[in-house]
Every structure is written in C-alpha cells, then in structure tokens.
Design a protein around this ligand. Sequence first.
Ligand SMILES: [Zn+2]
Length: 288
Amino acid sequence: MQQRATRNKGVFGFYFILFFIFFPASVGAEPSLKVKQGGIAHLSLSPGPGIDALKGEFQGQIIPFFETEKGRYTTLVGIDLSQKKGTSPFVVTWTKDGITSRQEYKIEVGQAAFGVQELTLPKGKVDLDPPTLTRVRREQGLVKAAFGESFNQKLWEGEFIVPVEGKKQGTFGRRRILNGKPRNPHTGEDISAAEGTPIAATNGGKVVLVGDFFFNGRSVIIDHGLGLFSMYFHLLDVTVKEGMQVKKGEVIGRVGQSGRVTGPHLHWGMRLNGARIDPYALVMKKLD
Ligand SMILES: [Zn+2]
C-alpha cells in the first residue's frame, strides 16, 4: 500500500487531507484523518477500474463518494460542530468482480475553540406566545423536510465562494446565552454587510426552500447534491424560487435584517451529511 499525506492548516482549524492509493488486495493499518468540530474530513481514493458500490459509513450514516477522474473517487465527511472530540471509524466498502472489500479509517475529531456570545433581547422576542410557538414548530418542520432528501448527484463544482462581500463576524459555533440562559449554538457564520448587498449562491445547486420565517427571516436553502446544503437567512428579498437550478455566483437575493436579528447581515450556514459545518471550511479548498 502506498500512501501520501499532506496536512494543511486552514483559517478554521486543521484540515487533514489524505490521498490514498490502495489496491483491494492490500489492506493496511487504519489510517487516521484529523479534523476539528465543524470541519470536513476529505478523502480521495484511487481503487482502480471496475469497482462498484463504493461508499463510506460514519456514525450510522452512509457517506457517498463522487468520481473526480477516471478511477479516482472523493468523499467529504461533515463533522458536526457539537460532535464530541474523540475517534470514530469511517468504514469504506466497495465491490469488484462480485467481491466486497472493506477498509477502515479513523476520523479523529479535535476540539474547536468556539467562543461564547451573550445576547440580550426584549422578553417578547424570547418567550414565544402559543401562536408564535406553533408557527416556529411548523417552520422547523419545513426546514427539516428540506434537508430530508438530497439530489443523488454532485451539483457543485470546484471551490465554494463566500456569498456576500462583507465582514465575517467569526460567530460560527459560538455558544449562545440569551438573556442569561444557554441556547443552541450558532450554526452558521454571520457576514455583516449593508442592506441591499447582493447575495450569490456559494456553488451550483437546486433551490429547495424559500420562506419567511420567524427566527431566520427571509430564507433560501440550496441543495448542492449528495447531502450538502447551503442556507442564507435574514434576506431583504429573495430573487429565486423553489425548484430553480442556480449556478455558482448567481444572485439569489439581497442582504437584509428580516427575522430575529440586531442589524443587517447574512447568516450563511452549510450542512453536510446532517452535520452543521463551518461554511468557510469549503472556501478556497480544492474539494473535487
Ligand atoms: Zn447567524
């Protein structure tokens, strides 16, 4: 077994990218991929021609691979920002000539240094009245449904782009304390920009949800295929419709302050295999 490993230090934590060239007959020790909470484990394999049903499994989830060139396959495994630090197996299986082979890797999750954000909001916006609570639950259901199914092919290409020109606030993963009470962590990155600044799709995909929600305001969710989604919240207006295909860089709306916010900004979130990941983990990286 030949293997070559490179290690890159990104803006947000470590990336550990391993390029393995392996042959089904030779199974070595379990190689390890190091990644921080909210990051992505990136694995490329060249198992040779004539293989079938290549897939990964991580924490009970099937993780797809995509072919990047003939006989070469890549997968991206999202690590949730709340994933406990420690090591979990990443099991890769494939078939060749009717024989199923298996290779086990380890994903070693390290602690990320997320901050704490204390917020004070008027009581009326924190304790929800029954009709608002009903609305919020219905909206949560819509968002969950949008993530329920992803296109079975990769709709994105090359590097992901930051959707808006503005100031990154460094809020990804922050634990939030709202009026003194701990709340859910902040699952995206906030980019402050003037109201009306155009927002671009971070990469190609299909618009799967457009809505005007209590917390998130005017929102767009794009499915990039193979379990990867991008989210854009608090928009002034939305210029795309559900079901539309969008290209990387295509304008989908403008920066606003709709929903529960304290000023105009874009909340940009990314979700991969159900994990809430740092959207900047996808920027300026060669991933396919
Ligand atoms: Zn936000």
